[in-house]
Design a protein around this ligand. Structure first.
Ligand SMILES: Cc1cc2nc3c(=O)[nH]c(=O)nc-3n(C[C@H](O)[C@H](O)[C@H](O)COP(=O)(O)OP(=O)(O)OC[C@H]3O[C@@H](n4cnc5c(N)ncnc54)[C@H](O)[C@@H]3O)c2cc1C
Length: 288
């Protein structure tokens, strides 16, 4: 199939308007952000929404990356390209810049949004691992409600999230911690392809010890966060020995499947290698 099933089209002019339309049209309605996941799914008839609510005009309301107290706040309609080019992210949360360099191609990055990427919840998607590593929270709004959900509670498995039928994601909040560094490592078969495996890491150093570590994987199955790998680092100095143990724990916990991108065994090995590389780069950034 190359043509979507028939649908009604609405164009939202504000967050309130989009939420009103979602409440009025019911579960048959889907938001259209950048369209780089939803439109292919509609063309393949994997999704056939009765109503498509275009939220592109919400870029003016929800397209931003800004520092707010001890957080960086990112609007849900912020495009991949804006994340890639953000000086604030490059300086304070370089994991986003690393990841955006290897997400898709300029055409996709010019349209695709962080809100759409997180809500699509593809198991190979990169920004979920980034947000998990840095311990982000997701702001979910309904007409009369607002919830701030930790990233661990946001993903409910492949293609499923905590966002309800009449709700939308409006913002991503990332804590800023002194003494922190972060990095993202991905292996893809061709430039801009989905990951064979990828690893996001964030470390916070206090008095020369690792106070907090966030380690998350993409494209290798199960939950994105690797609690065992994080525990292997807690309270230790950032040594190669500690990093290797954490990398081995992350690889052990990975549950990849064999497919055209590689065997499960290869992907598990790769996950460990990428975690080790990301840990070294994140620690180096934390001590700069
Ligand atoms: C060729 C190609 C290569 C790609 N490569 C990669 C890659 O290497 N790594 C990677 O991570 N991604 C990749 N992607 C996916 C890309 O990042 C998409 O932009 C992203 O998955 C979806 O963002 P979008 O804004 O286009 O969302 P859309 O397609 O518009 O929406 C996706 C889903 O999210 C919902 N949604 C959107 N916004 C909201 C919101 N604010 N609140 C609630 N629900 C919402 C929609 O209803 C829909 O169900 C690729 C895509 C393409 C086409």
């Amino acid at each position: 199939m190359q043509v979507p099933a028939a649908f009604e089209y609405e164009r939202a002019s504000s967050v309130e308007h989009a939420l009103g339309l979602l409440a009025q049209l019911g579960p048959g309605a889907r938001l259209l952000a950048g369209g780089h996941s939803l439109l292919p799914m509609m063309k393949l008839r994997l999704a056939s929404p009765a109503y498509v609510i275009d939220i592109d005009p919400l870029v003016s309301e929800l397209g931003y990356v800004r520092e707010h107290g001890d957080e960086v706040r990112i609007g849900a309609m912020t495009r991949h390209r804006e994340l890639l080019e953000s000086p604030l992210l490059r300086e304070k949360l370089a994991i986003f810049t690393d990841a955006e360099r290897v997400i898709a191609d300029p055409v996709v990055r010019n349209r695709g949004t962080i809100g759409g990427a997180l809500c699509q919840a593809d198991p190979s998607e990169d920004l979920s691992a980034v947000c998990a590593a840095v311990g982000a929270s997701i702001v979910i709004r309904g007409l009369d409600s607002e919830r701030v959900v930790p990233i661990e509670a946001f993903g409910r498995g492949p293609y499923r999230t905590a966002v309800g039928d009449a709700e939308m994601v409006t913002e991503i909040r990332v804590p800023l911690r002194a003494g922190s560094g972060s990095a993202y490592e991905k292996l893809d078969r061709r430039a801009g392809d989905w990951a064979v495996a990828a690893a996001g890491v964030s470390v916070t150093l206090t008095d020369g010890l690792i106070e907090r570590a966030g380690i998350a994987l993409a494209a290798v199955g199960a939950g994105t966060r690797s609690a065992e790998a994080e525990a292997a680092l807690a309270g230790r100095p950032p040594s190669q020995e500690a990093f290797e143990q954490a990398a081995a724990a992350a690889a052990d916990g990975a549950r990849p499947v064999s497919d055209q991108r590689g065997s499960a065994r290869y992907k598990r090995h790769l996950a460990g290698v990428l975690v080790l590389r990301a840990l070294n780069r994140a620690a180096e950034r934390a001590t700069r």
